[in-house]
Design a protein around this ligand. Structure first.
Ligand SMILES: [Cu+2]
Length: 162
């Protein structure tokens, strides 16, 4: 239903209030049925390593837990606080540390995926605001099925105590 339909509906009917009520009923019925809440992966121990002022790249770490009965895949990362967030994996080749595309990130039921220094990490490029120790940045992981898992990542000097 759009504004024009509503407007012409009002014009064509003398009982304007009755018409509005009728249209409202139709709108309510076209809503999708409510479904049970879906089991969601859980982000734990999220943090971003603090960096000197002006740093254009920060790194984020977390543990992503799958408490559900089905596997899920992480395919991307989004952030309202960074222009270019990416998922990377650090690999050592011929003694040289390099950052690579992480490949398929599947998390089986009852397992968790660790993003930690020297391995899988979230590369947070182009900060959209200054982020100092104690601040929080919003980061969300994108799953293959389109769902997002959000968490506030605190900016810390060191990994939170486990
Ligand atoms: Cu990286």
């Amino acid at each position: 239903m759009n504004g024009r339909q509503l407007y012409s509906g009002l014009l064509s009917l003398l009982l304007a209030s009755a018409s509005v009520t009728c249209l409202a009923d139709t709108a309510a019925k076209s809503q999708p049925p409510k479904t049970a809440p879906q089991c969601m992966p859980v982000i734990q121990q999220a943090w971003i390593r603090s960096a000197p002022p002006g740093a254009q790249t920060l790194a984020g770490y977390l543990i992503l837990k799958n408490p559900c009965k089905t596997s899920f895949r992480v395919v991307d990362v989004e952030s309202r606080d960074f222009g270019m967030p990416m998922i990377h994996r650090t690999v050592v080749e011929n003694g040289i540390s390099k950052m690579r595309d992480p490949g398929v990130l599947e998390v089986k039921p009852g397992t968790s995926l660790k993003f930690e220094a020297g391995g899988l990490h979230i590369m947070l490029m182009q900060p959209l605001r200054a982020l100092k120790e104690g601040d929080k940045a919003g980061v969300r992981l994108v799953l293959a099925d389109g769902r997002r898992v959000f968490s506030e990542f605190p900016v810390l000097k060191e990994a939170p105590k486990r």
